[in-house]
Design a protein around this ligand. Structure first.
Ligand code: FAD
Length: 618
């Protein structure tokens, strides 16, 4: 069970720690950056407790080196691990996870603690962190502080700082260290501004300079493909919401996809918001700057591609629309000239009950982003480079691909609802990616509109044999991957193959408003391929949802299960996926004459056989 890493000496994090006089290493399993951010905060805080820390990506480390960490006196490994999808580790933690599962390393003498990042609306809440915490102990390691679990559905920042607040004293007690008591802010990066523009200036690339101008395959998250938008049309026929059907041209990209894969889009921030930050911070956004890691041992030299202009950083690299986390408020407080404003920001960054309540109200419920905070705290004039250090990275947005490569080999389709809502302070918040995409409507006589994309493989797959019957449950935009699945089965049928029962449960508000892809689905129904089951919640006095249809169709569903069929659920993780699961469990129990436990085991077995799959998001 050796990790397939390159040269283990290069990847020895223990050597790195030793050579730089550190004793704390914080690993992260992160998909959207939060785990990495939390890890960074813990590593940075170590200094206060005489534990110089380092953040480490398990993918870039030889994790077998954990057995050697005990050679460093008073050393500690912390794991900030996110759980993803159906209880899976994040991509960068996959190998480490497998090594823990299959290996039997002796970790006696290793001190550790785990904080998990999860979401309670998902069935496999924080499973990865729970497993790692348990497994490390089984392998002989010593848990220095109890497992912390963060719930992204509620307030993960609150969970994290509450855990951290008890974690540090426990660490101090365990190692017999006294806190230095210093609560000074330490910058991780130093600023360099350039009077004359340097030769190499990034303008939105993810890694290689000019990679968006001189495109070279293979394309991936670090090297996205600039795809032309060939179609961008509205799918809703009335009402005040919008849903886009977008087609991206991948003809010249050499990229391949399968139905069920995800399309990732790198959006940019709204220019008005970017300019506002420049004004509020009183900074010329054309200034070219670099942030350079003061920790020379770190593999991360810059927080984002540098040098670039402040405008580029705020437009392409930084998230300026999320609710900022407490450590950001704490640093912002130092820039307030009004004592009352300073106290308010400090209070919100504290772990006191009043502080937490105020953060919950003023930041989360009132939904303030960094621009709103600066507007509503007028004496706060942060150094823009410091703000750039503190803000999280802007993340790509994912979309379930809504086409099949059999019908559309040279285009990838996405189906996206435009996010726009009013906040309690009366502001209109607009979704970064969807609002940006909405403007990108190709016109014949105009230059092509392009978007940086890449394709992420998924586990969401049709059965290999087209005869296998399938049930697809996808209300709203949850229907996206099923459009691809249906196209796939249609194509198999056209090729003369026998195609099994193909049942789609779709639901929306009104037939005449948001029934997307109606014509296409009806065509497949008429041609005998598709069985359509529709729930229009607002078309009759009492609300009807897909779950109601499922309840009525217990016999059909049980019959498909017993004929080796597959079940797919896609869409809103919050309520829909849980409700559907419960209905299915009841059907299994009733039709299979089972107890609740037996029904659950039956369901679990179908999951492990990949006969029940979910593609849900919140
Ligand atoms: P953002 O700027 O990211 O804003 C969205 C955020 O705003 C939300 O997370 C929420 O915090 C907040 N918000 C939204 N509405 C409200 C409200 N009414 N009140 C308060 N706060 C609110 N989306 C699709 O449309 N189609 C798909 O096929 C699809 N597939 C996905 C597949 C996967 C694997 C994943 C992870 C997500 C998928 N999504 C899909 C969601 C998609 O990735 C984006 O999250 C979505 O398009 C919003 O992006 P945005 O940048 O426009 O909004």
């Amino acid at each position: 069970t050796s990790l397939t890493m390159q040269n283990s000496t290069d990847n020895s994090f223990v050597k790195k720690l030793q050579s730089s006089g550190r004793s704390l290493v914080v690993f992260y399993g992160s998909q959207t950056g939060t785990g990495e951010e939390f890890a960074g905060r813990l590593a940075k805080e170590g200094v206060r407790y005489r534990m110089k820390g380092m953040v480490a990506d398990p993918e870039e480390c030889d994790m077998e080196d954990l057995v050697n960490l005990k050679n460093i006196p008073n050393s500690l490994a912390v794991f900030c691990m996110a759980t993803y999808g159906e209880g899976d580790p994040t991509d960068n933690a996959m190998e480490f996870y497998e090594w823990l599962q299959n290996g039997d390393a002796d970790l006696t003498g290793l001190n550790y603690a785990v904080f998990g990042l999860g979401n309670k609306t998902y069935e496999h809440y924080n499973e990865v962190a729970i497993y790692i915490d348990k497994r490390l102990e089984e392998l002989g390691a010593t848990r220095v502080y109890e497992l912390g679990l963060g719930d992204d559905d509620a307030n993960i920042e609150d969970d994290f700082i509450t855990w951290k607040d008890k974690f540090w004293p426990a660490v101090c007690e365990y190692f017999g260290i006294e806190s230095t008591g210093e609560d000074i802010s330490i910058r991780q990066y130093r600023l360099e501004e350039y009077e004359d523009a340097p030769d190499r200036v990034y303008t939105g690339e993810m890694a290689r300079l000019h990679s968006l101008k001189n495109q070279r395959p293979p394309y991936d998250a670090k090297n996205p493909y600039l795809a032309k938008i060939t179609v961008n049309r509205e799918l809703f026929t009335s009402g005040d919401r919008n849903c886009m059907h977008i087609e991206f041209d991948i003809e010249d990209s050499k990229m391949r996809y399968d139905s069920g894969d995800h399309l990732a889009v790198y959006p940019i921030n709204n220019s008005e918001l970017v300019e506002k930050i420049g004004k509020l911070c009183e900074k010329n956004l054309d200034t070219i700057f670099s942030l350079i890691n003061t920790d020379e041992e770190s593999s991360k030299k810059h927080p984002f591609p540098c040098p670039c202009s402040y405008r580029t950083a705020l437009t392409h690299y930084l998230d300026i629309t999320q609710n900022p986390r407490t450590h950001v408020l704490k640093e912002l407080a130092e820039y307030c000239s009004d004592p009352a404003e300073k106290e308010k920001l400090k209070l919100m960054a504290s772990t006191s009950p009043e502080g937490k309540a105020l953060y919950q109200k003023w930041i989360i419920e009132d939904n303030r982003n960094i621009v709103h905070i600066l507007e509503d705290t007028p004496s706060c004039k942060p150094a823009l480079d410091h703000l750039c250090e503190l803000l999280p990275r802007l993340q790509p947005r994912y979309y379930s691909i809504s086409s099949s490569p059999r019908l559309h080999p040279s285009t990838v389709h996405a189906t996206a609802v435009v996010v726009e809502y009013k906040t309690p302070t009366g502001r209109i918040n607009k979704g970064v990616a969807t609002t940006w995409l909405r403007e990108k409507i190709p016109k014949e006589d105009q230059a092509a509109l392009t978007v940086p994309i890449f394709i992420r493989k998924s586990q969401f797959r049709l059965p290999t044999k087209p005869q296998t019957p399938v049930i697809m449950i996808g209300p709203g935009t949850g229907v996206a991957p099923f459009r691809g699945f249906i196209q796939e089965r249609f194509s198999a049928k056209e090729d003369g193959k026998q195609v099994g029962q193909t049942v789609l449960y779709f639901g929306c508000r009104k037939k005449t408003e948001d029934y997307i892809y109606q014509e296409e689905f009806e065509k497949y129904e008429n041609n005998g391929l598709l069985t359509l089951k529709l729930a229009f919640s607002r078309d009759q006095p009492q609300k009807v949802y897909v779950t109601h249809l499922l309840e009525k169709d217990a016999d059909l569903i049980w019959n498909i299960f017993e004929n080796n069929g597959h079940l797919y659920i896609c869409g809103d993780a919050k309520s829909m996926a849980v409700d559907v699961r419960n209905v299915i469990l009841r059907i299994i129990q009733e039709k299979g004459n089972m107890t609740e436990e037996q029904a659950q085991a039956y369901y679990k077995k179908m999951e492990t056989q990949k006969r029940i799959s979910m593609d849900v998001w919140s």
